[in-house]
Design a protein around this ligand. Structure first.
Ligand code: ZN
Length: 86
């Protein structure tokens, strides 16, 4: 069974529908296989061919499409664990 990314990659959330599942839309000239995973720090790691980098908000707003509402440029950081107020 195919599993969505949301279970393991929950660093970003759609501001429109609160969804956490996304699809990457990369340019057609990207060579190699694209995979998305999470590192031990719960950061989104994108691997394209031999290159690996950590997705930031700018990357998400450029290349990620929300699976739920189809929104783009709609991402905000989202951390599963509650952040205590200072
Ligand atoms: Zn959405």
């Amino acid at each position: 069974m195919a599993k969505g990314l949301a279970e393991e990659v929950s660093m970003f959330k759609c501001k429109q529908c609160q969804g956490t599942e996304f699809q990457l839309v990369l340019q057609a000239n990207v060579q190699g296989q694209v995979t998305v995973s999470a590192n031990p720090f719960n950061e989104v790691v994108v691997t394209v061919g031999e290159q690996e980098f950590i997705a930031d908000l700018m990357f998400m707003n450029q290349f990620a499409v929300c699976k739920d509402c189809g929104g783009i440029k709609c991402w905000a950081y989202f951390f599963r664990e509650p952040v205590s107020a200072m």
